[in-house]
Design a protein around this ligand. Structure first.
Ligand code: ATP
Ligand code: MG
Length: 221
């Protein structure tokens, strides 16, 4: 019997091969997985990172060529769901990164991206999320000196991520102007916050002179 830890260490492919072994051979599962990955435009290794519901159904569809009996196919689907659920619950559920020095910007970017990947975001969305986190972390470091960036699964009907960036710095005097597109920055391009708003699905800033800055943004898979 495998312990929870050894199971966590085992690759997703191994877990799928083992789970489906009553119905299909190892070689069949491997070729199905690489075909599905190729069709989805992923490197095969990308399947190791996430098994979102769409990919899962693609795998079932490809398996139906080999597993003719519909109740066997349903069992395969159940195994795939179980494996992907266990993978998700093994993933970090939330991250919190204090920003006090420049290196923390990279730490925040990397850790939030890892969480986004574990939550099932595709590559381009992972990049958008990581970029938005970099912008907010850099603003904290540059304008407030220190603060905290955190990320967690969004608590909504839709699956997604919620990111908060909080500091007790000087605040932003005219946030509407900054977001209007007519703002010209003395210190940068003046595009950071506006860019975050465009890259994410929801974006709110609570700030004001002397009030610190509290940004909340969400993106959905
Ligand atoms: N956390 C913060 N605390 C205080 N002021 C901030 C904070 N974040 C942003 N600001 C102010 O809001 C302005 C706009 O920020 P934004 O990130 O959009 O552009 P920028 O930092 O000037 O340039 P860029 O991010 O494109 O390099 C900044 O110039 C700064 O004056
Ligand atoms: Mg900025």
């Amino acid at each position: 019997m495998t312990s929870p830890n050894s199971e966590r260490r085992a690759s997703l492919t191994d877990a799928i091969v083992t789970g489906l072994s009553p119905w299909v051979s190892t070689i069949t599962v491997q070729s199905v997985l690489s075909m599905v990955a190729r069709r989805a435009g992923m490197r095969s290794g990308k399947l190791e990172e996430s098994l979102d519901p769409k990919i899962l159904e693609e795998i079932v569809r490809a398996l139906s060529l080999y597993v003719r009996n519909s109740s066997d196919l349903e069992n395969c689907r159940r195994v795939l769901r179980d494996v992907s659920e266990r993978r998700r619950s093994a993933a970090p559920s939330a991250v919190e990164i204090p920003i006090t020095c420049e290196q923390d910007i990279v730490v925040a970017r990397t850790r939030v991206r890892d969480l986004a990947r574990a939550l099932g975001f595709q590559h381009t969305d992972q990049i958008k999320i990581a970029t938005a986190v970099s912008e907010l972390s850099r603003n904290i470091y540059s304008y407030a000196g220190s603060g905290v960036v955190s990320a967690a699964p969004a608590r909504r009907e839709r699956s997604g991520i919620v990111i908060r960036a909080v500091d007790r710095g000087p605040g932003i005097r005219d946030i509407d102007h900054v977001l209007s597109g007519n703002y010209s920055s003395k210190t940068g391009m003046g595009l950071g916050l506006r860019g975050c708003k465009q890259m994410m699905d929801t974006f709110q800033v609570v700030t004001g002179a002397g009030r610190g800055t509290h940004v909340t943004m969400e993106k959905f898979t």
